[in-house]
Design a binder for this molecule. Structure first.
Ligand code: DX5
Ligand code: ZN
Length: 231
């Protein structure tokens, strides 16, 4: 195995699930001005998870407003039905849940064929090992640190050994893959997730509930993650 450096930059990724939907476009503009790295769209179908959120048309309507990349986190039972429309809506990273993909290998290949980066998300109950044989087909592994469906839930510190196992798998593979965490990430939890091996952090409540605004929330999260002990 080569000793390729798999270190990835720290990224702060706001989930707009927590936004005021009557001002979604304004929120995207303000998040970009606040210094975030990408917009994280939580796409929910009311079936894979109990909640229903945005589809491609809503995402596309905000696309012309900002330059930041968009990523779609598909919490849907049939992700293959909407891959094309998500890419057409302007999402350059598409993450599917391993639990929703009978043919995960094929689905990741399809995302890449469409010209997007491919990600795999794992529910808390899904073991790290399900990504072992698709590392060559993914740019991003997303470890859920809550059960998906809603913002504002508590961070599951019990996921940290899984984050660490995936970090080791990525390092051993030599591929440049982001390790993202999603759920309950905020100033009190981001250091532990970083030390476990994550480099990309989705934040909904921590971003939208910071009374000092997006720039403050982003800088605070980034500073804590950058100064945390790394594996
Ligand atoms: C949960 C979503 C998350 C969530 C994050 O299903 O995937 O992106 O909205 O929200 P917080 O940061 O509030 O846990
Ligand atoms: Zn998400």
């Amino acid at each position: 195995m080569t000793s390729t450096d798999t270190t990835r930059p720290i990224e702060i990724l706001p989930s707009v699930l927590t936004a005021d939907y009557s001002k979604l476009g304004e929120a995207c503009v303000a998040l970009e001005a606040g210094g975030v790295d990408r917009i994280h769209w939580d796409v929910m179908d009311g079936n894979f998870v109990p909640n229903l959120s945005f589809g491609a048309d809503i995402i596309a309507s905000t696309r012309p407003l900002i330059d930041l990349p968009f990523e779609a986190h598909l919490m849907v039972t049939e992700p293959t039905w909407i891959l094309e429309s998500m890419v057409a809506a302007g999402c350059s990273r598409i993450t599917v849940h391993a639990e929703a993909c009978t043919h995960l290998h094929r689905t990741l290949g399809r995302i890449r064929e469409l010209g997007a980066a491919a990600g795999v998300a794992l529910n808390p109950g899904t073991p790290a090992e399900v990504v072992a044989d698709v590392l060559d087909l993914t740019e991003l592994i997303l470890v859920m640190t809550v059960n998906p469906g809603f913002g504002g839930q508590s961070y599951l510190a019990s996921m940290e050994p899984k984050i660490a196992r995936i970090r080791s798998m990525i390092d051993a593979s030599g591929f440049a893959i982001d390790l993202e965490v999603d759920g309950g990430i905020g100033p009190a939890t981001i250091a532990a997730a970083t030390s476990a091996g994550a480099n990309a952090f989705v934040a909904g409540s921590a971003m939208f509930r910071d009374p000092e605004g997006f720039a403050h929330a982003t800088a605070e999260l980034r500073t804590i993650a950058e100064s945390a002990d790394k594996r």
